[in-house]
Design a binder for this molecule. Structure first.
Ligand code: ARG
Length: 460
């Protein structure tokens, strides 16, 4: 017989290096607290239902509580020989309280046990993720508030398009993060389901009370199909997918921070605390942390792809393939929590070069649409107006003159509808402030949206 907890039907032992390949303890020891919590709820239920005696139940519970204390004190040492966190803790319990520990696994399998631990683990961390997203949102809103009227060039195709405000730009990220927040919030619904009681795959003959266990562990719902309970990893995939989208958002903004702190743009400057120097070039100030967040987006996508691929075509119910799930989720949790924290700090210490931002709209043609709209308002068909302004832009480029610098006579030559009031419309501030359509960049809109955003955050 092998010395494994499941070794009854085995005659020979596996080599240590083979055990090592199959073991997950190096990863799943992160779920030690959840495993003990799940076991405590289970044993309470077993005793309450008379499946084990009150006395045995108390002995086991006391042993588990003792392990909880040892875990908190950092005193537990796990071993690969015991494969995973479940078998490690059970072996420790047995060593501490003797063979009565063996009754803990009545009406339970590692399949529903691991699923329960994993659900609990994520259920406990999602609030931290939500909090970190909120923190970043708050930082963004405060910055948007400060810069509701800071004019800058808006881009499409990386070319100057129309003037906007920096506050409006920032609120675009607030909105993206708001959807990220809602996605993680929804993720809680699918994480908050109790698998325990499904046993290996088919349920159990013991008169268990799953509602009791759910209440003990604080689960909102219970899996209603035992096969689904042990085979479902959707909640983890949702989490990874939400994380991938979140990191995609962060990487876009990180890219802009990097680009905008270049000599060429010089729109912003990152604080020293969130920049690094060069070992050879003394003048350098690199946006390393923004780059690293952009870079870590890669591993986050990788984790999603890895688990999706692991789960693809897996027949029901539990398969050992699924042991690969936790490493991805644990690593991604660390990645997004750290990235959100760094991003928040980076924005809090940001210097915004308002004058430089505004100047970017002064010698360009980002007011060309204003002139076309001006003509359209005077009854010129928009397509015709577009062509007229296009020619004026061409002339401007050739003569190094902006539209607002062209004399009225020159403008009127292009179109007699143009009058002196056109110069008003050609100012970036005016262009911005006329965009009062819902969701537009006008300062009054941005201020309203800041208030709305603050209200959303206050409701949390
Ligand atoms: N370490 C395993 C995992 O993480 C626990 C479940 C093992 N169940 C089994 N039947 N081998 O998936």
């Amino acid at each position: 017989m092998s010395d494994k907890l499941w070794g009854g039907r085995f005659t020979t032992k596996a080599a240590e290096w083979v055990d090592e390949f199959g073991a997950s303890i190096t990863v799943d020891q992160q779920m030690a607290a959840e495993d003990l919590q799940g076991s405590l709820a289970h044993v309470k239920m077993l005793a309450k239902q008379g499946i084990i005696s009150e006395n045995d139940g108390q002995k086991i519970a006391a042993g588990l509580i003792d392990l909880q204390a040892q875990l908190a004190a950092g005193k537990l040492e796990f071993t690969v020989a015991n494969e995973d966190i479940h078998l490690n803790l059970e072996a420790m319990l047995t060593a501490n309280i003797g063979p009565v520990a063996g009754k803990l696994h009545t009406a339970r399998s590692r399949n529903d046990q691991v699923a329960t631990d994993f659900h609990l683990w994520l259920k406990h961390r999602l609030p931290h993720v939500l909090e970190a997203v909120s923190e970043l949102q708050l930082t963004i809103v405060n910055l948007a508030d400060e810069h509701a009227g800071t004019i800058m060039a808006g881009y499409t195709h990386m070319q100057h398009a129309q003037p906007i405000t920096y506050g409006h730009y920032l609120l675009a990220y607030f909105e993206m993060l708001q959807r990220d927040y809602e996605r993680f919030e929804f993720n809680q619904k699918h994480t908050d389901i109790l698998p325990l009681g499904a046993a290996a795959l088919a349920g159990t003959t013991f008169p268990i009370d799953r509602e009791f266990v759910a209440a003990e562990l604080g689960f909102e719902q219970i899996y209603h199909n035992s096969l689904d309970a042990v085979a479902d990893r959707d909640f983890a995939l949702e989490f990874l997918s939400n994380a991938a989208i979140l990191m995609m958002h962060l990487s876009r903004m990180a890219e802009e921070l990097i680009l905008w702190s270049t000599y060429e743009f010089n729109y912003i400057e990152l604080s020293d605390a969130f920049s690094t120097g060069s070992s050879i070039m003394p003048q350098k100030k690199n946006a390393d942390f923004a780059e690293l967040i952009r870079g870590k987006t890669g591993r986050t996508y990788g984790a999603l792809m890895a688990l999706l691929t692991t789960m693809k075509s897996l027949p029901l119910a539990y398969n050992k393939d699924m042991q690969e799930d936790k490493e991805q989720v644990f690593a991604v949790t660390d990645t997004i929590l750290a990235s959100l924290k760094v991003f928040t700090g980076m924005l809090q210490g940001l210097t915004v070069h308002k004058e430089r931002m505004r100047a970017s709209t002064e010698r360009d043609f980002s007011n060309a649409t204003e002139l076309a709209d001006y003509l359209a308002n005077k009854g010129v068909p928009f397509r015709e107006a577009h062509a007229i302004v296009g020619e004026l832009v061409l002339t401007g480029l050739q003569t190094n003159t902006t539209l607002q610098d062209m004399p009225l006579a020159q403008l009127q030559q292009a179109s007699p509808q143009i009058e002196v009031d056109v110069y008003e419309d050609l100012q970036a501030d005016v262009a911005v402030n006329r965009r009062t359509s819902l969701g537009g960049t006008a300062v009054v809109n941005v201020k309203n949206e800041v208030a709305r955003a603050k209200h959303i955050l206050e409701q949390r």
